[in-house]
Ligand binder design. Sequence first.
Ligand SMILES: Cc1cc2nc3c(=O)[nH]c(=O)nc-3n(C[C@H](O)[C@H](O)[C@H](O)COP(=O)(O)O)c2cc1C
Length: 167
Amino acid sequence: MNKIEITKAPIFTSPNPMTFICTKKPDGTTNLATLAFWNFASTAPGKIMFSLNKGAYSLELLENNKEVVLVLPGAGLTGALIGCGTTSGREKDKVAEQGIPMQNIEGTEICIPEESRLAIHATVSATVDADDHVIHVCNVNNVYANDDVDAVFGWKGYAEIALAQKQ
Ligand SMILES: Cc1cc2nc3c(=O)[nH]c(=O)nc-3n(C[C@H](O)[C@H](O)[C@H](O)COP(=O)(O)O)c2cc1C
């Protein structure tokens, strides 16, 4: 075994599932941010968890409105995964800027990308301070899936985003 930095560890877990965290802005529109640090936490009852950096506008939005939709986007949104992961929605509308077609789902006013393979609607139940991140534990409200959309993954850590069939 070779000793490595924790930042290099995701290279060894590739391909890594990529998500958008969808939250509601004060004007009712959706903010999209790219999020790799998430996981299922429980199935009975359903719980998920994810970690948000302290500079993220999404974190601020979740402090006011505890509702979130975690989405696995399709391959057509590969560019948007980079765009929404490198800019903040604090001063701009990322959905409009990237021209991402959106859809409504039952049970929430938060719109999500049309090209979504999986959408998990959840409510934040607890947060844990993790230094430069905040871990969120959420109760799952509803889960929606579309098998016609293929998921994209982070390869070489998150250096490349591509379909799983790449290798
Ligand atoms: C591939 C990739 C994965 C990312 N994963 C996370 C993550 O797991 N947690 C996080 O807080 N930020 C993550 N980011 C960074 C956020 O998406 C970034 O801080 C974004 O600007 C936040 O948007 P917001 O300010 O509109 O919330 C990731 C970025 C990229 C490009």
